[in-house]
Design a protein around this ligand. Structure first.
Ligand code: ZN
Length: 426
């Protein structure tokens, strides 16, 4: 919980305003030239121009002990809110680079799955991994995210697919979050409904029974998850099963999220809207009717363009259309060992612009304030305004639009979490 005075930023981009941002509002980020801010006890106390902040410092009664404040001179740098990544599967072990090569050679994912690859190969590796080792690996991944400007991240379980393994993963996420407590905020999600485990392949209904009768109540009781997520597709968990799983989760006090419309429109989005889910994620094939319903709802559209890119699906979600229709659009990496292995929110923002036609301002809001909204934290973080966490990123760039324009490199010079400097580039 640091005390910080930051001054002289070439641009200080606040992303301030009510969440979620929609339509024209999503395209407005508020840029303060020669910007400054004060963080006290980890919380932003004031945002303005350097001149206004210096005036405050000269007269502020609280500024009696300047020794207690760290001062940052952000001359020549751009300051943006810490990125929020609201959809990751970052708690895993074992890589699948060989599978990527097979896919690039034309092998179909379902063939790879049948040969023992795909998500079930990660499940085996995670089941075989000791909890502490899984936590350490996840922690290292969180630090990599931090070096790319992410200060808040959602992490899902879902590579265990049985009671004990899922609890082990959720405990590993909690351990990693504890190790990273001064660097990142971690929001854990239970995703036992990621796939049907191999041992119950012939009786998927039995697995849904176990999820609803045993796993969800036990996970909720453990306090290790804030949300429950379901991979809803006709071939995985259909809409009837997804509704039952998420309803059960809500009855046990967990928030609802859903992987929807990634392969087909099977009714997953209707389930999300009916249950008032916090977010519907992917939405790769969502059509016009779905987009209009989504725009009229409180459910956030979390788009994952990195996955569309990596799977060579030949299309991105209709992000431009969703923004224009008034959907609450957010962006996430989907960081996972199979379909999208990246920790980089700036790369995802570039893909949102070049792949889906968002503007850099829309992408930035979608990666900060709206992403915070998608995980229920927009009242605490996601923008640089009074009363919010002092989570910020200093970019070695002349303009915030370079986040998108100059893609594929890391522009992050420094990261501040709750007013403390937690990352400095060598
Ligand atoms: Zn996912």
């Amino acid at each position: 919980m640091g005390n910080l005075i930051l001054k002289n930023a070439r641009q200080l981009v606040t992303c301030a305003g009510a969440a979620p941002r929609r339509g024209l509002d999503l395209g407005t980020v508020q840029v303060i030239e020669d910007g400054a801010l004060i963080v006290q006890g980890g919380i932003i106390d004031m945002v303005g121009t350097t001149e206004a902040i210096e005036d405050k410092l000269a007269h502020g009664h609280w500024y009696e002990d300047p020794e207690e404040f760290t001062t940052i001179d952000a001359s020549g740098q751009v300051v943006v809110p810490g990125f929020v990544d609201p959809h990751t599967h970052a708690c895993f072990t074992g890589y699948r680079h060989d599978e990527v090569e097979l896919r690039l050679g034309g092998r179909k994912y379902l063939d790879i799955l049948a040969a023992g690859g795909g998500i079930l190969s990660t499940v085996q590796k995670v089941r075989d991994c000791e909890e502490g080792a899984l936590a350490d690996e996840t922690y290292r991944r969180l630090l990599l995210m931090l070096s790319l400007g992410t200060t808040t991240v959602e992490v899902k379980s879902g590579y265990g697919l049985d009671m004990e393994s899922e609890l082990k993963i959720l405990r590993a996420i909690a351990k990693a979050a504890e190790m990273a407590r001064e660097q990142l905020t971690v929001v854990p999600t239970f995703m036992g409904a990621h796939a049907v485990p191999r041992e119950l392949k012939s009786e998927p209904g039995e697995y849904v029974e176990r999820l609803c009768r045993e796993m969800i109540p036990r996970v909720a009781e453990s306090g290790l998850a804030r949300y429950c997520d379901v991979f809803c597709e006709e071939e995985v968990f259909g809409p009837v099963q997804a509704r039952r799983i998420l309803k059960t989760a809500q009855e046990h006090g967990l928030g609802a999220k859903i992987h929807a419309d990634e392969i087909g429109e099977c009714g997953a989005l209707d389930v999300a809207l009916e249950l008032g889910a916090a977010s519907a994620d992917h939405l790769l094939v969502t059509g016009e009717a779905g987009i209009r319903k989504l725009a009229d709802s409180e459910t956030c559209a979390v788009l994952l363009p990195g996955t569309a890119f990596c799977l060579r699906s030949g299309r991105y979600a209709a992000g431009r259309r969703m923004v224009d229709q008034g959907c609450a659009v957010a962006l996430a990496t989907d960081c996972n060992p199979g379909s999208c292995f990246t920790e980089s929110m700036p790369l995802v923002m570039a893909m949102a612009c070049f792949g889906m036609g968002l503007t850099p301002a829309e992408a930035l809001n979608a990666a900060t304030i709206n992403a915070a909204h998608a995980i229920g934290l927009a009242d605490q973080l996601g923008s640089l305004e009074e009363g919010k966490a002092g989570d910020l990123v200093l970019l070695d760039s002349p303009d915030y639009r370079h986040l998108v324009y100059h893609f594929g490199i890391n522009q992050v010079g420094m990261v501040v979490k709750k007013g403390e400097i937690v990352y400095v580039r060598d």
